[in-house]
Write a protein of this length. Structure first.
Length: 105
């Protein structure tokens, strides 16, 4: 299957919107099979209320996608980078890591 940055960007924006709205079912459905719970170990993620998010980067390199977003929470900002792979023709997140939100501005 041929994919484009636009395909990935659509998926990633939907995912970030799900995080902001608290749609845990949709967010977890975007995770690659077998990646949960290990993908969350050692990573700070929004846990409850999210006031908003800013997508700071979306890119595709071959069969990998990377999205970076800064989430605003009552406890402060969280910079979250996610790595995505094509799994059966659909983008699925399989890597999460934090980054310094101030570096994205």
């Amino acid at each position: 299957m041929t994919t484009t940055t636009s395909d990935f960007e659509t998926t990633y924006r939907r995912h970030v919107d799900g995080v902001v709205s608290g749609d845990l079912k949709a967010v977890l459905a975007d995770m690659a099979p077998g990646s949960v719970p290990a993908v969350f170990v050692g990573v700070q993620v929004p846990r409850a209320d999210v006031d908003g998010a800013e997508i700071v980067s979306v890119r595709v390199d071959g069969d990998r996608g990377v999205g970076e977003a800064v989430y605003a929470t009552p406890d402060g900002t969280i910079g979250l980078r996610s790595g995505w792979a094509l799994v059966d023709g659909a983008w699925k997140a399989d890597i999460l890591e934090n980054f310094d939100p101030s570096s994205a501005r």
